[in-house]
Design a protein around this ligand. Structure first.
Ligand SMILES: C[S@@+](CC[C@H](N)C(=O)[O-])C[C@H]1O[C@@H](n2cnc3c(N)ncnc32)[C@H](O)[C@@H]1O
Length: 177
């Protein structure tokens, strides 16, 4: 009995260490898991960028999927790219009945955007915002189309935003040769 109890305690400790480790390691690759404040969010998809069923939004680092959920209400298709397998699994489970939402457990820096992509959302952090902007520019060049980028809380240094509403910055990224 004591041995079984000891094994259970050991398994529980290993699970806790694994979960904490996954959140720590994945948080270092782009941004730690902190969800966007939901009360301001609808404005991002109405006043800042008028989203519709013609759009495909990608959330770079989709966390619990709250952005995908809000964006899908506009009729847009939504794709979440999340490096943390626990969050990706939980969000996939949460939205498995919603045909507008798909989630992939991937690193967004190496993910190629689908050709129908129109708008990209990110709640990253200042250290990563330039790299994320460069990634979206590279995808705009590859797809040879204009992409819109909504950044929550962080502006891109030395780049003039197209529009700003509350904490959301909108950038229009044109393809370059
Ligand atoms: C600040 S949270 C934002 C969550 C959600 N987008 C929101 O606004 O509520 C950032 C998320 O990005 C994920 N992330 C960090 N680096 C990533 C990377 N390189 N590729 C994919 N996801 C990443 C983290 O695991 C975390 O869930």
């Amino acid at each position: 009995m004591n041995i079984v109890f000891g094994i259970l305690i050991l398994v529980a400790i290993i699970v806790v260490i694994a979960v904490v480790g996954i959140f720590l390691v994945t948080g270092l690759t782009g941004a730690p898991y902190v969800p966007t404040l939901k009360d301001k969010l609808p404005k991002a998809f109405t006043e800042l960028y008028k989203m519709s069923e013609k759009d495909l939004l990608i959330d770079l680092g989709s966390g619990d999927g709250c952005i995908l959920n809000e964006a899908s209400r506009t009729g847009a298709k939504c794709l979440g790219i999340e490096i943390n397998p626990i969050l990706a699994l939980m969000a996939s489970w949460r939205f498995y009945k919603n045909k507008k939402i798909k989630i992939k457990c991937r690193n967004f820096y190496t993910f190629q955007f689908p050709a129908e992509t129109t708008v990209i959302y990110a709640f990253a952090e200042s250290l990563h915002i330039r790299s994320i902007y460069r990634k979206i520019q590279a995808e705009a060049n590859r797809l040879d189309k204009t992409l819109y980028f909504i950044s929550n809380a962080f502006d891109v240094p030395e780049v003039k935003e197209h529009k700003k509403v509350d904490s959301f910055y909108l950038y229009k990224i044109e393809p370059k040769d």
